[in-house]
Write a new protein. Sequence first.
Length: 554
Amino acid sequence: MPPQTHSDSPAPEPEGSADQHLREERYRLALRASSEGVWDWDIDSNEIYYSDQALKLLGYERASAPNIVGNARDHLHPQDAETITARLAAYLATGDGSEPFAVECRFRTASGEFLWFRLRAVGVWDYGYRPVRLVGTLANITPRKIAEEALLEERHLLRQLIDTIPVNIYFKDLASRFTLANRAIARWFGRDNPEELVGMSDADFFAAEHAEKALRDEQEIIRTGKPLVGDVEKETWSHREDTWVVTTKAPLRDRYGNIRGTFGVSSDVTELVRTQRALRDTAAELESKNRGMEEELHLAREVQQALLPRSYPCFPAHASPENSLLRFAHRYLPIGGLAGDFFQVFPVSETAAGVLVCDVMGHGVRSALVTAVLRGMIEEERRAAHDPGTFLGRLNAALTQIIAQVDVTTFVTAHYMVIDPTGRTIAWASAAHPRPVWLSRASGRVGRLPDPPPKRGPVLGLLPEATYSTAIRDLGDIDAVVLFTDGIYETDNRSCDNCPEDLFLSFFGSRIREPIGAILDGVLGDALTFAEGNHFIDDVCIVATEIAGPRPTP
């Protein structure tokens, strides 16, 4: 038969029971003030009584309200039905009402929606320990359950996050004992489960050197409330090699702002630290080697500078420098420690001088070595020095043979000139080198010598069979000739890569009446001014020969 409900009206009271009436009135007021509903289940008849609040919570009218306790399986959420009915049966089977029956479960309300309710009840047993009644309360706890579920979801997501992030995350109490840790730090400590760390401290894992430092740092954070950010810590272990981590620790505060411990994040930087140390050691070793190389280069610079002419030959040989038929001046400006430019001035005869200017490709040690080789070749080929074309041809043949034996490409540009003030002639040959400048103080004119016909020869060191022609002309009114390397006019000027020829010649012409040394200094100054960076980008070598011999008769 369907369950029967009882009326909310109180049972008739015996006349004269004023205390009973007062208690009933208080009971009704308490029910009205409470958010909980009351129910009373008669087990034998399977009838249940609901208070008005209980009916309101379930959404039923009194006449249609089902027995959610006696027929609980029909009204519980499928996920709760088995568990709750089993607990109810177990409670009724105890025959002991000393402890209340209390569960939280989901019931289907009149709208068909499942809501969370908290049930509390006490049982009544007869003298045969048979349950006869169950009286209890009913409260809607759905909002709390939703909040709890949201909180559990947040905690689950947070747990997923800290367990997935490949950095060590941990929380500690005021005594620096672990209260929470992620899987990364558990693995770092050689444990399978982060829960194993709870209650332990750094002293359980590290040697005293690191454990004591970590404890001091954390206690200082607790004392001052100031975090420790980006600290690189050396971790010393008792059972493995030292490791390094970069750590950030901060005070752990509750929602009232009180410090309850510390929390930290650390990342393994062991390989980085070891690499840095290895690089530092390598850098120190390289620095030592570099110092040695610098000392050697310094010595090489000194040797190279020592090989430059410090004095010039006189013509004839017995003449004093003041009375020499030829006088010389040079300026040598290497842009680096070792240069590829060089020059030599040497006697070809009693009254004739050979002047050679060379420019080796590139800079540094390789170029300096080639210049050293060339210097030796010049001495060997001096017997052919009277003929500029033949002289350059022999230098080329010897240099090509040497360069062919090494796996490197290099070449040399050169200009060689023989000046005879007695015979009033000048002869020259070129190996792809810039044309010299001539000066005539008598006429105030400057110009550049032409390339030997039919054309200037190729660079030295590439073509073993290359030939070089010799050009010869009368000195006429020429009283100075200037040879130079291309660094003098190759500049960083934005308008052009090379100084224009007319401008370059004007550097000489504007000071043609000055002494030869002053002319060279002025030309260098003008060239630097033209270079917008106010510096040369290549080695510069400039050599002047002033002809003081007899002038032709007008």
